[in-house]
Design a protein around this ligand. Structure first.
Ligand SMILES: [Zn+2]
Length: 439
């Protein structure tokens, strides 16, 4: 993984020399989050970021090779490496966004404004030809070439804001060919864009012609779509919009069990608009990796997930934009469940910045800044089964590292609405700097 050269000095001392491509030095706060690769952090562990003051982190061939106080790290390194000075700045692991409805066409900014300003309801918008049916139609009409361009722009914005890995869902075509196309686009982007994309088949929008026939749509998904998606190895996860007006609990159960049978791991949308029973289903299934939203879930149903290690993913944008009610994040953390944060980027509202999610988590959901940063790094990594590779700064892990133009992690809720990410490293390569992509 990296080269250790052992030299014996005249006095017989053994000195380790580590080769590095670059080293970031003098970080005011170097947030490591070390020691949590096996399990997500819970309760008070979430408040401990394992910070090194005046810290340094060195990388070689895309991996972290040394980390510690600046003088210590410099003493270990073999000569010939680039030095990046992070004096006065915050350095963290790359941010991870574990819930993204990535592939869609047609923005709906007019609808959001109508809902926010005029109090128009989503159902009224839908009856006038807007909402999800509009996105399904526009996405289906968009060529793969155009879709790649549209989505690359979203990924670029994520990257310049410090996001280095995302979970990417399909779900905005909801036909057999359309969903396979969406997942193929995710596969292409995973190869062409610096961000790592973890792919999920998401049974999401109900096409208008199936509105009164969701059972038939479920039959098709279970019998035809999932086996073919699995055969082509296009999705690591299966996920369902288990929600009033979308898939009910029984339909969700069938889809998730089909995903499991075909080798997919599971995640689920639960109790987002009403108490629909999705969380109870997650408890029953027992092996669901992440349960997302949980806005209207009674606490006893949340607690039922505690023993199975499911990570709860909070999505602060939908309460911020239109639901109004936030999940009881404080209560859920205090009861010892692991939590992560995500943007829920979708056609309905669009915020690519995980920094903004930390702002909302602190100012609206009563997480501390440290808990919010844990939820966007190591816990987010566990919510996509990547705790061993990313989410913390430790020797051997991917050199996904962000230098923020901020003195400490408490700046995320304080200096908000702007991009604080100054340098973004993905796999040890500088990929964004001062708000621009580095080619
Ligand atoms: Zn979602």
């Amino acid at each position: 993984m990296f080269n250790l050269l052992i030299h014996s000095s005249l006095k017989g001392e053994v000195k380790l020399e580590i080769e590095a491509d670059f080293v970031i030095i003098n970080a005011n706060e170097l947030v490591t989050l070390k020691g949590s690769s096996e399990k997500p952090r819970i309760k008070d562990e979430m408040k401990n970021l394992s910070i090194i003051k005046n810290g340094a982190v060195a990388a070689k061939d895309g991996k972290i090779v040394a980390i510690g106080e600046t003088s210590e790290v410099l003493a270990k390194l073999k000569k010939n490496f680039e030095v990046i000075d992070a004096s006065g700045k915050l350095v963290t692991p790359g941010l991870i966004d574990p819930h993204v409805h990535l592939i869609f066409s047609g923005f709906r900014e007019d609808e959001l404004e109508k809902m926010a300003v005029e109090g128009v309801t989503y159902l009224e918008i839908k009856s006038q030809g807007g909402g999800m049916p509009l996105t399904l139609k526009k996405t289906a009409e968009t060529s793969t070439k155009d879709q790649l361009e549209i989505t690359t722009q979203i990924l670029d914005k994520m990257l310049i804001c410090g996001t280095t890995t995302i979970e990417a869902k399909s779900g905005y075509e909801m036909t057999y060919e359309g969903e396979i196309r969406q997942l193929e686009i995710i596969k292409i982007l995973n190869n062409t864009h610096p961000i790592d994309l973890i792919s999920t088949f998401c049974a999401q929008g109900i096409p208008p012609e199936y509105e009164s026939k969701v059972d038939e749509l479920t039959d098709e998904i279970v019998e035809k779509w999932i086996p073919e998606i699995a055969r082509r190895n296009l999705a690591e996860y299966a996920d369902v919009f288990c929600e009033k007006g979308y898939f009910n609990v029984e339909q969700t159960r069938r889809i998730l069990i089909a995903g499991r049978k075909h080798g997919m791991k599971l995640r689920n949308h639960c109790d987002w608009l009403v108490h629909s029973g999705g969380t109870r289903l997650v408890a029953e299934l027992g092996d669901v990796v992440s349960a997302d939203h949980l806005i209207f879930t009674p606490m006893e149903e949340v607690e039922a997930l505690k023993e199975q290690g499911t990570v709860i993913v909070f999505l602060p944008t939908s309460p911020f934009c239109y639901v109004g009610t936030y999940a009881d994040a404080r209560g859920i953390i205090d009861r010892g469940l692991p939590v992560a944060l995500a943007t829920d980027v979708s056609a309905a509202n669009l915020c690519e910045s995980m920094q903004m999610m930390m702002t909302l988590a602190v100012l609206r959901m009563k997480l501390t800044s440290a808990e919010a940063l844990t939820a966007t790094t190591i816990n987010a990594a566990h919510s996509i089964n990547r705790g061993h590779e990313i989410g913390s700064l430790e020797v051997g892990k991917k050199a996904d590292i962000i230098i923020f133009d901020a003195p400490n992690h408490r700046f995320f809720p304080y200096n908000y609405g702007i991009n604080l990410a100054e340098k973004v490293f993905k796999n040890g390569k500088l990929v964004a700097e001062s708000g621009r992509i580095v080619k």
